[in-house]
Design a protein. Structure first.
Length: 292
């Protein structure tokens, strides 16, 4: 079914595919990374971190160890971004057609385009990211970590994108946001409005679609909490704010999610631990919402 390589499972256990509700796939790809490469090592590092994290979510009352998650291993990637995205789209389409939720661990943010291409129509994309990733081209190419949300907006429409935590934009991106009225929130706007009002805005956005997809770039967190990322950016959000944001998405017909841009080589493991806990909590929120 999947073009993947098996390895030690996330959290140390894996439900058989046919019984799973969630299918986790690593994508060790960072071919277009421009500042700090190394996110290709993240799937393994995040899995390793997950072995030593307690599986009970105090926020939701869900024990991840009892949630049917199948770890399908890592996607077989190649240096060519177009082919890697095609392979990822094929795998995600298989997961969706099996009525299971894809949980993707990157790798660089470009991979999210391959995922979104495989999703059903009427999907809104909530992106938690320090950067807009809305350039039309970067480094002479149309497909990179700096253009991924621009390409995604071409798939789902500019009204199908909501970027939260953004605080680093070039002039081209500012003009694109203003022209197309891209929904976005900076960390300081989030603090001024209160997290409750922000989650309400996310909920209102999500309700416009049959499904909502969540993509989390680890650099949305302030570097004080997540230093091991590809493009760290000052003045980010806190882990508590992040969990509150993902909770708002996970409870509104979330069809899948990814976590990208962790670079394990740039810290002593703290960011991989944070990423592993975030994956746990998003799944727990989705499971809690499913149970009602």
């Amino acid at each position: 079914m999947f073009h993947t390589s098996k390895m030690e499972s996330f959290s140390g256990f894996s439900t058989p595919l046919e019984k799973a509700r969630y299918v986790l796939i690593g994508v060790p790809f960072d071919h277009t990374s421009t500042y700090r490469a190394g996110s290709r090592f993240a799937p393994r590092a995040i899995r390793e971190a997950s072995f030593n994290i307690e599986t009970f979510s105090l926020r939701t009352g869900v024990d991840i160890e009892r949630v049917p998650i199948h770890d399908a291993g890592d996607l077989h990637v190649v240096d060519d971004v177009t082919e890697t995205l095609r392979r990822l789209s094929s795998v995600v389409a298989d997961v969706i057609s099996s009525k299971k939720m894809p949980v993707i661990i990157g790798g660089e943010h470009t991979i999210t385009l391959g995922i979104v291409r495989a999703l059903p129509k009427s999907v809104g994309v909530v992106c938690l990211d320090a950067h807009g990733d809305l350039r039309d081209e970067y480094g002479g190419g149309k497909f990179s970590h700096a253009t991924v949300m621009r390409r995604i907006s071409e798939v789902v429409g500019t009204d199908g994108v909501f970027i939260c935590g953004v605080r680093a934009l070039c002039k081209e991106e500012v003009e694109f946001i203003e022209e197309h009225k891209i929904r976005h929130l900076t960390p300081w706007e989030m603090r001024e409005q209160s997290i409750g009002k922000v989650t309400q805005r996310i909920t209102e956005f999500a309700e416009k679609f049959d499904h909502v997809y969540l993509t989390i770039d680890a650099d949305v967190l302030d570097p004080a909490f997540a230093p091991g990322v590809a493009n760290p950016e000052f003045d980010g959000i806190s882990p508590q704010e992040l969990i509150q944001l993902v909770s708002a998405v996970a409870r509104k017909r979330m069809i899948g999610f990814d976590l990208v841009e962790v670079c394990p080589g740039y810290d002593t493991g703290a960011t991989a631990v944070a990423a592993s806990r975030i994956v746990f909590e998003v799944i727990a929120e989705a499971e809690s919402a499913r149970k009602g």
